[in-house]
Design a protein. Structure first.
Length: 225
């Protein structure tokens, strides 16, 4: 009898369910050689976990155009103002914000303006096929109704952080890209981050100024099927 009570106590402690003991799910402290962690997934989590669990690279799109409101929401996720002093949805080293966003649609190439929130056309006409050729012919770029481009002008970041700026701007593009991918998922859209392209050819196609470098392309649209 005594042995079975001891066994039960050990089992309960191992499960983290002994009354009064911090439960693993509630966040018992992290200490000791090995710490068991609670299962995490969309069922246990909130809205963000559910979106993250659904995010998948989508490369096959319907031709249906995205509305200006949808493109606006994706751009807000990328670089929207969320605080005083111009702070934004994505973090930036020293709050210097070296990134520029472009959107390529059937109607042209547009440069994102934050205030007032707008798109300014820098090239007229459909550049998506040409853009796909600069990216090893990747079809999602030619077929998605909107392709987002993230470019960096590292000057101000360099002035403060010197050679470290090269790393910072790339990290920041990752933050912005993930915000776009998660927002697309939340909006039932599909997207894929694309890093394989010829930098100079992309810049020429998108009419990107010489002081900016394109770091990422993200085709976005309604998933086919
Ligand atoms: C830095 C980076 C570059 C990528 N470049 C491409 C690319 O050029 N073409 C492409 O189809 N997918 C590209 N991807 C997407 C990956 O192939 C994809 O994330 C990976 O297969 C995992 O699948 P998942 O995104 O559905 O989780 C890239 C992803 C990252 C993070």
């Amino acid at each position: 009898m005594r042995a079975s009570v001891a066994t039960l106590v050990c089992l309960l402690l191992a499960q983290g369910v002994w009354p009064g003991a911090p439960s693993v799910a509630d966040g018992g402290t992290v200490s000791g050689r090995e710490v068991r962690l609670p299962t995490v997934g969309p069922a246990e989590g909130g809205a963000l976990e559910q979106v993250m669990a659904r995010r998948r690279s989508v490369r096959d799109f319907l031709p249906t155009p995205l509305s200006a409101a949808q493109i606006g929401r994706l751009l807000w996720a990328a670089q929207g103002s969320t605080g005083r002093r111009g702070l934004r949805t994505a973090p930036s080293a020293g709050a210097l914000y070296p990134l520029h966003l472009y959107v390529v649609t059937q109607a042209g190439v547009y440069h994102h303006q934050r205030e007032p929130h707008a798109l300014r056309r820098v090239r007229e006409g459909d550049a998506r096929k040409e853009l796909a050729r600069t990216a090893l012919g990747q079809q999602p770029i030619a077929e998605a109704p909107a392709v987002f481009a993230i470019a960096a002008d590292p000057k101000r970041t360099e002035a403060k952080y010197g050679p470290r700026a090269e790393r910072y701007v790339v990290l920041e593009a990752g933050h912005v890209a993930q915000n776009i991918l998660l927002q697309a998922t939340a909006m039932q859209l599909g997207a894929v981050p694309i890093g394989a392209f010829h930098d100079r050819a992309v810049s020429r196609t998108l009419r990107i100024p010489k002081d900016q470098t394109v770091l990422y392309l993200i085709p976005v649209g309604w998933p086919r099927g």
